[in-house]
Design a protein around this ligand. Sequence first.
Ligand code: CU
Length: 291
Amino acid sequence: MFISYSHYLINCFILCDLFHHKDLIILTYMNFQLIALFFLIFNFSHLDAAENWALSFQDPATPIMEGIINFHNHIMTFLTVIVVLVAWLMYRAIVLFDENVHPTPIKFTHSTPLEIFWTVVPAIVLLFIAIPSFALLYSMDELIDPTITLKAVGHQWYWSYEFSDYATLEGGESLNYDSYMIPEDDLTGGNLRLLEVDNRVVLPVQTHIRVLVTSADVLHSWAVPSFGVKVDACPGRLNQTSLFIKREGTYFGQCSEICGVNHGFMPIVVEAVSLNNYVTWIANKLDGLEI
Ligand SMILES: [Cu+2]
Protein backbone atom coordinates (compact mmCIF):
# COMPACT_ATOMS: atom_id res chain seq x y z
CA MET A 1 0.00 0.00 0.00
CA PHE A 2 2.78 2.40 0.95
CA ILE A 3 4.74 1.47 -2.14
CA SER A 4 1.82 2.24 -4.45
CA TYR A 5 1.22 5.46 -2.56
CA SER A 6 4.81 6.55 -2.95
CA HIS A 7 4.50 5.90 -6.71
CA TYR A 8 1.43 8.08 -6.78
CA LEU A 9 3.28 10.78 -4.89
CA ILE A 10 6.28 10.70 -7.21
CA ASN A 11 3.95 10.96 -10.19
CA CYS A 12 2.24 13.96 -8.61
CA PHE A 13 5.58 15.68 -8.08
CA ILE A 14 6.68 14.99 -11.65
CA LEU A 15 3.40 16.39 -13.00
CA CYS A 16 3.61 19.48 -10.81
CA ASP A 17 7.19 20.04 -11.82
CA LEU A 18 6.28 19.68 -15.48
CA PHE A 19 3.69 22.41 -15.23
CA HIS A 20 5.82 24.61 -12.95
CA HIS A 21 3.17 24.82 -10.28
CA LYS A 22 4.83 25.51 -6.96
CA ASP A 23 1.48 25.81 -5.15
CA LEU A 24 0.55 22.37 -6.37
CA ILE A 25 3.79 20.93 -5.02
CA ILE A 26 2.99 22.34 -1.57
CA LEU A 27 -0.59 21.06 -1.80
CA THR A 28 0.59 17.60 -2.82
CA TYR A 29 3.01 17.57 0.06
CA MET A 30 0.23 18.48 2.51
CA ASN A 31 -1.97 15.84 0.93
CA PHE A 32 0.79 13.28 1.55
CA GLN A 33 1.15 14.36 5.18
CA LEU A 34 -2.59 13.97 5.76
CA ILE A 35 -2.73 10.51 4.21
CA ALA A 36 0.40 9.43 6.13
CA LEU A 37 -1.30 10.59 9.34
CA PHE A 38 -4.42 8.63 8.35
CA PHE A 39 -2.36 5.44 7.93
CA LEU A 40 -0.57 6.13 11.23
CA ILE A 41 -3.82 6.56 13.16
CA PHE A 42 -5.74 3.67 11.68
CA ASN A 43 -2.74 1.41 11.20
CA PHE A 44 -3.76 0.14 7.77
CA SER A 45 -0.25 -0.96 6.96
CA HIS A 46 -1.05 -4.67 6.59
CA LEU A 47 -4.16 -6.76 6.23
CA ASP A 48 -3.56 -10.07 8.02
CA ALA A 49 -7.13 -11.03 8.93
CA ALA A 50 -10.41 -11.51 7.11
CA GLU A 51 -12.35 -8.26 6.73
CA ASN A 52 -15.92 -7.36 5.85
CA TRP A 53 -16.40 -6.90 2.10
CA ALA A 54 -12.73 -7.56 1.49
CA LEU A 55 -11.76 -7.94 -2.15
CA SER A 56 -8.66 -9.74 -3.42
CA PHE A 57 -5.94 -11.20 -1.19
CA GLN A 58 -4.78 -10.45 2.31
CA ASP A 59 -1.28 -9.01 2.47
CA PRO A 60 1.46 -11.61 1.96
CA ALA A 61 3.87 -12.50 4.77
CA THR A 62 5.75 -15.36 3.11
CA PRO A 63 7.58 -15.68 -0.23
CA ILE A 64 5.01 -18.35 -1.22
CA MET A 65 2.08 -15.98 -0.82
CA GLU A 66 3.98 -13.29 -2.74
CA GLY A 67 4.47 -15.88 -5.49
CA ILE A 68 0.76 -16.76 -5.46
CA ILE A 69 -0.25 -13.09 -5.79
CA ASN A 70 2.26 -12.47 -8.58
CA PHE A 71 1.03 -15.56 -10.41
CA HIS A 72 -2.57 -14.42 -10.00
CA ASN A 73 -1.68 -11.04 -11.53
CA HIS A 74 0.19 -12.80 -14.34
CA ILE A 75 -2.86 -14.94 -15.20
CA MET A 76 -5.20 -11.94 -14.93
CA THR A 77 -3.24 -10.29 -17.75
CA PHE A 78 -4.05 -13.15 -20.12
CA LEU A 79 -7.59 -13.36 -18.80
CA THR A 80 -8.26 -9.67 -19.47
CA VAL A 81 -6.85 -9.84 -23.01
CA ILE A 82 -8.90 -12.98 -23.80
CA VAL A 83 -12.14 -11.56 -22.36
CA VAL A 84 -11.74 -8.34 -24.37
CA LEU A 85 -10.83 -10.26 -27.56
CA VAL A 86 -13.76 -12.72 -27.26
CA ALA A 87 -16.21 -9.92 -26.44
CA TRP A 88 -14.99 -7.95 -29.45
CA LEU A 89 -15.22 -11.05 -31.72
CA MET A 90 -18.77 -11.74 -30.53
CA TYR A 91 -19.81 -8.16 -31.10
CA ARG A 92 -18.28 -8.17 -34.60
CA ALA A 93 -19.92 -11.52 -35.43
CA ILE A 94 -23.33 -10.36 -34.24
CA VAL A 95 -23.08 -7.13 -36.21
CA LEU A 96 -21.61 -8.61 -39.41
CA PHE A 97 -23.94 -11.62 -39.52
CA ASP A 98 -27.00 -9.45 -39.24
CA GLU A 99 -29.03 -10.08 -42.39
CA ASN A 100 -29.74 -6.37 -42.81
CA VAL A 101 -26.02 -5.63 -42.94
CA HIS A 102 -25.06 -8.68 -44.97
CA PRO A 103 -28.04 -10.07 -46.91
CA THR A 104 -26.00 -12.59 -48.99
CA PRO A 105 -23.52 -14.39 -46.72
CA ILE A 106 -20.27 -15.96 -47.92
CA LYS A 107 -20.73 -19.73 -47.60
CA PHE A 108 -17.23 -21.02 -46.80
CA THR A 109 -16.97 -23.57 -43.97
CA HIS A 110 -13.24 -24.18 -43.45
CA SER A 111 -10.18 -21.99 -43.12
CA THR A 112 -6.83 -23.72 -42.65
CA PRO A 113 -4.86 -20.57 -41.65
CA LEU A 114 -7.54 -19.72 -39.09
CA GLU A 115 -7.51 -23.28 -37.71
CA ILE A 116 -3.73 -23.13 -37.30
CA PHE A 117 -3.93 -19.67 -35.70
CA TRP A 118 -6.53 -20.54 -33.09
CA THR A 119 -4.79 -23.78 -32.20
CA VAL A 120 -1.25 -22.44 -31.93
CA VAL A 121 -1.99 -19.18 -30.09
CA PRO A 122 -3.91 -20.78 -27.19
CA ALA A 123 -1.17 -23.43 -26.94
CA ILE A 124 1.43 -20.69 -26.55
CA VAL A 125 -0.76 -18.89 -24.00
CA LEU A 126 -1.12 -22.12 -22.03
CA LEU A 127 2.65 -22.54 -22.08
CA PHE A 128 3.13 -19.03 -20.66
CA ILE A 129 0.72 -19.94 -17.85
CA ALA A 130 1.99 -23.48 -17.23
CA ILE A 131 5.71 -22.72 -16.82
CA PRO A 132 5.41 -20.22 -13.89
CA SER A 133 2.57 -22.35 -12.50
CA PHE A 134 4.81 -25.41 -12.18
CA ALA A 135 7.66 -23.33 -10.78
CA LEU A 136 5.32 -22.03 -8.06
CA LEU A 137 3.77 -25.43 -7.40
CA TYR A 138 7.11 -27.14 -6.89
CA SER A 139 8.50 -24.32 -4.74
CA MET A 140 5.42 -24.60 -2.48
CA ASP A 141 6.28 -28.24 -1.94
CA GLU A 142 9.94 -27.49 -1.19
CA LEU A 143 11.18 -27.81 2.38
CA ILE A 144 14.53 -26.15 3.03
CA ASP A 145 16.38 -27.47 6.07
CA PRO A 146 13.70 -26.58 8.66
CA THR A 147 14.89 -25.29 12.06
CA ILE A 148 11.56 -25.62 13.85
CA THR A 149 8.73 -28.10 13.56
CA LEU A 150 5.18 -27.20 14.49
CA LYS A 151 2.54 -29.88 14.58
CA ALA A 152 -1.07 -28.77 14.20
CA VAL A 153 -3.77 -31.28 15.09
CA GLY A 154 -7.39 -30.66 14.17
CA HIS A 155 -10.15 -31.66 16.58
CA GLN A 156 -13.92 -31.24 16.59
CA TRP A 157 -13.80 -28.24 17.13
CA TYR A 158 -10.48 -26.70 18.08
CA TRP A 159 -6.83 -26.95 17.14
CA SER A 160 -4.05 -28.33 19.29
CA TYR A 161 -0.38 -27.60 18.71
CA GLU A 162 2.80 -29.50 19.49
CA PHE A 163 6.39 -28.28 19.57
CA SER A 164 8.37 -31.50 19.54
CA ASP A 165 11.88 -30.03 19.04
CA TYR A 166 12.39 -29.45 22.75
CA ALA A 167 12.63 -31.47 25.94
CA THR A 168 9.94 -34.08 26.30
CA LEU A 169 7.88 -34.92 29.33
CA GLU A 170 7.95 -38.33 30.95
CA GLY A 171 6.16 -40.75 28.71
CA GLY A 172 7.52 -39.03 25.57
CA GLU A 173 4.95 -36.23 25.43
CA SER A 174 6.23 -32.94 24.02
CA LEU A 175 5.19 -29.34 24.63
CA ASN A 176 1.59 -29.13 23.50
CA TYR A 177 -1.51 -27.09 24.16
CA ASP A 178 -5.06 -26.58 22.88
CA SER A 179 -6.23 -23.45 21.07
CA TYR A 180 -9.94 -22.63 21.36
CA MET A 181 -11.88 -19.76 19.84
CA ILE A 182 -12.80 -17.00 22.30
CA PRO A 183 -16.63 -16.85 22.41
CA GLU A 184 -18.32 -13.58 21.53
CA ASP A 185 -19.27 -12.76 25.13
CA ASP A 186 -15.66 -12.98 26.33
CA LEU A 187 -14.12 -10.75 23.65
CA THR A 188 -12.18 -7.76 24.91
CA GLY A 189 -11.38 -4.53 23.07
CA GLY A 190 -9.69 -5.03 19.71
CA ASN A 191 -10.33 -8.79 19.57
CA LEU A 192 -11.66 -10.03 16.27
CA ARG A 193 -14.98 -11.84 16.43
CA LEU A 194 -14.81 -15.54 15.44
CA LEU A 195 -11.08 -15.18 14.82
CA GLU A 196 -9.43 -14.76 18.22
CA VAL A 197 -8.18 -17.78 20.20
CA ASP A 198 -7.17 -18.34 23.84
CA ASN A 199 -3.74 -19.81 23.06
CA ARG A 200 -2.02 -18.48 19.96
CA VAL A 201 0.75 -20.19 18.01
CA VAL A 202 4.02 -18.30 18.38
CA LEU A 203 6.61 -18.65 15.64
CA PRO A 204 9.82 -16.78 14.82
CA VAL A 205 10.28 -14.66 11.69
CA GLN A 206 13.06 -15.21 9.13
CA THR A 207 13.26 -18.91 10.03
CA HIS A 208 12.52 -21.99 7.99
CA ILE A 209 9.64 -23.75 9.72
CA ARG A 210 8.09 -27.11 8.99
CA VAL A 211 4.40 -27.50 9.73
CA LEU A 212 2.98 -30.99 10.13
CA VAL A 213 -0.79 -31.14 9.95
CA THR A 214 -3.02 -33.97 11.02
CA SER A 215 -6.40 -34.63 12.59
CA ALA A 216 -7.67 -36.53 15.60
CA ASP A 217 -11.18 -37.12 14.27
CA VAL A 218 -12.55 -35.90 10.92
CA LEU A 219 -11.08 -33.91 8.02
CA HIS A 220 -10.05 -30.34 8.88
CA SER A 221 -7.82 -27.88 7.04
CA TRP A 222 -5.16 -25.60 8.51
CA ALA A 223 -5.32 -22.41 6.48
CA VAL A 224 -3.71 -18.99 6.97
CA PRO A 225 -4.26 -16.68 3.96
CA SER A 226 -1.31 -14.35 4.58
CA PHE A 227 1.06 -17.34 4.56
CA GLY A 228 -0.43 -18.88 1.42
CA VAL A 229 -0.99 -22.06 3.42
CA LYS A 230 -3.97 -24.39 3.25
CA VAL A 231 -3.20 -27.97 4.28
CA ASP A 232 -5.75 -30.70 4.80
CA ALA A 233 -5.72 -32.37 8.21
CA CYS A 234 -6.53 -36.05 7.65
CA PRO A 235 -6.91 -38.53 10.49
CA GLY A 236 -4.10 -41.08 10.39
CA ARG A 237 -1.96 -39.03 8.02
CA LEU A 238 0.74 -36.39 8.43
CA ASN A 239 0.65 -33.65 5.84
CA GLN A 240 3.57 -31.31 5.56
CA THR A 241 4.13 -27.73 4.50
CA SER A 242 6.77 -25.07 5.03
CA LEU A 243 6.69 -21.52 6.33
CA PHE A 244 9.17 -18.68 6.08
CA ILE A 245 7.53 -15.67 7.69
CA LYS A 246 9.10 -12.42 6.55
CA ARG A 247 7.61 -9.91 8.97
CA GLU A 248 6.40 -9.78 12.54
CA GLY A 249 2.66 -9.65 13.06
CA THR A 250 -0.48 -11.51 14.07
CA TYR A 251 -1.96 -13.68 11.35
CA PHE A 252 -5.50 -15.02 11.34
CA GLY A 253 -6.85 -18.09 9.60
CA GLN A 254 -9.72 -20.54 9.87
CA CYS A 255 -10.43 -24.22 9.44
CA SER A 256 -11.13 -24.64 5.72
CA GLU A 257 -12.70 -28.07 5.50
CA ILE A 258 -16.32 -28.47 6.51
CA CYS A 259 -15.87 -30.58 9.63
CA GLY A 260 -19.15 -30.42 11.54
CA VAL A 261 -21.48 -28.00 13.28
CA ASN A 262 -18.72 -25.85 14.80
CA HIS A 263 -16.57 -25.76 11.68
CA GLY A 264 -16.83 -21.96 11.62
CA PHE A 265 -15.65 -21.68 15.21
CA MET A 266 -12.14 -23.10 15.16
CA PRO A 267 -9.92 -20.24 14.02
CA ILE A 268 -6.12 -20.16 13.82
CA VAL A 269 -3.97 -17.33 15.15
CA VAL A 270 -0.24 -17.22 14.53
CA GLU A 271 1.91 -14.62 16.21
CA ALA A 272 5.16 -14.08 14.35
CA VAL A 273 7.83 -12.63 16.63
CA SER A 274 11.59 -12.08 16.57
CA LEU A 275 13.76 -15.13 17.29
CA ASN A 276 14.70 -13.76 20.74
CA ASN A 277 11.07 -13.33 21.75
CA TYR A 278 10.29 -16.80 20.44
CA VAL A 279 13.07 -18.35 22.55
CA THR A 280 11.76 -16.48 25.63
CA TRP A 281 8.22 -17.69 24.90
CA ILE A 282 9.34 -21.32 24.51
CA ALA A 283 11.46 -21.09 27.69
CA ASN A 284 8.45 -19.77 29.65
CA LYS A 285 6.22 -22.50 28.27
CA LEU A 286 8.74 -25.20 29.17
CA ASP A 287 9.18 -23.66 32.66
CA GLY A 288 5.43 -23.88 33.12
CA LEU A 289 5.59 -27.60 32.40
CA GLU A 290 8.34 -28.13 35.02
CA ILE A 291 10.28 -30.61 32.96
CU1 CU B 1 -12.31 -28.15 11.22
